[in-house]
Ligand binder design. Sequence first.
Ligand code: TYM
Length: 334
Amino acid sequence: MKRVLSGIQPTGSLNIGTYLGSVKNFVKLQDTMPDYEFFIFIADLHAITVPKDKQLLRNKIRELAALYIACGLRPDRVNLYIQSEIPAHSQLAYLLQCNSYIGELERMTQYKEKSRKQETGVTVGLFTYPTLMAADILLYDPEFVPVGVDQKQHLELTRDIAQRMNNKFNDIFTVPNPLIAEVGAKIMSLSDPTSKMSKSDANEKARINLLDPENIIKKRIKSAVTDNLGTIKYDPENRPGISNLMTIYSVITNKSFDSIEESYEGKGYKEFKEDLGEIVFQELKPIQERYYELINSSELDDILDKGRDVAAKVAFKKIMKLNDRIGLGRKRRK
Ligand code: TYM
């Protein structure tokens, strides 16, 4: 069966950037791509490239799992699992590292940015991160990987590694295609609309988390940086603030930029922001209600156990096949 795969790191709290740029897209795709099997996971190994508090990490893993389901992922359509519960991810990452080059990893923009920002030692894990991401993908032979714009370069590297491995080891991997949404693939910070809304931004005002209460959601929209022109017009280059808010509006309501502009003709930021605050709150309210039902339930563990069992089988088979093609271990006697 053809497959779709993607993952999210359990760092910080899930915010509307990650939700609109990826999770909402998975929820749509699971219904519009009935011929595909879905593998969606919690990328906890990716979260420890920088030091993490043990209890906080545990909580964030479970929180993300519950949020995935609360946002609408259907356990009957999606295999949902935790990356570290499947050892094959780390195993394949090592095998890929032996077929990747320091130069190509050094070119990764995210590595360059993150290592520049870091005050203490940069870990080898942060450097090899894209090979772990490639392993997450290639283990399952997906045809499509839905991601936001910031992951495009990692996907391109994954394709290069897959093609290289295919040449060496007799077409072992499916070469995956990124699936990037037309609108919403890069939601910007609410306090600096020229940079991405990020889980790790120290400024709380930059984002709305999925579990934020109504007053915070509305306050964040109200205080979002715009400009002094006061009109509702989509122009991301010259007016990134209002264009970002219009993007959020558009992804949630499915309205085009033209029709949003038309509805706010002659109206100002105050009215637009009040409406948008309500729209975001109404979108998040049912997610929050479902989240609180799930977070301490055994239902969530059952979903994660089932997902892990299905994924582990696929992943183990792939590792054994690759080990054999490389010449590792013993050849089975018939
Ligand atoms: P992560 O956890 O940073 O983000 C998860 C997904 O959300 C998208 N995203 C955004 N989209 C729009 N606007 C934003 N402001 C925004 N912020 C985040 C990201 O592009 C991503 O699709 N390395 C990955 C996780 C990962 C993965 C994988 C993804 C690990 N292995 C294999 C796909 C396949 C990451 O850190 O994403």
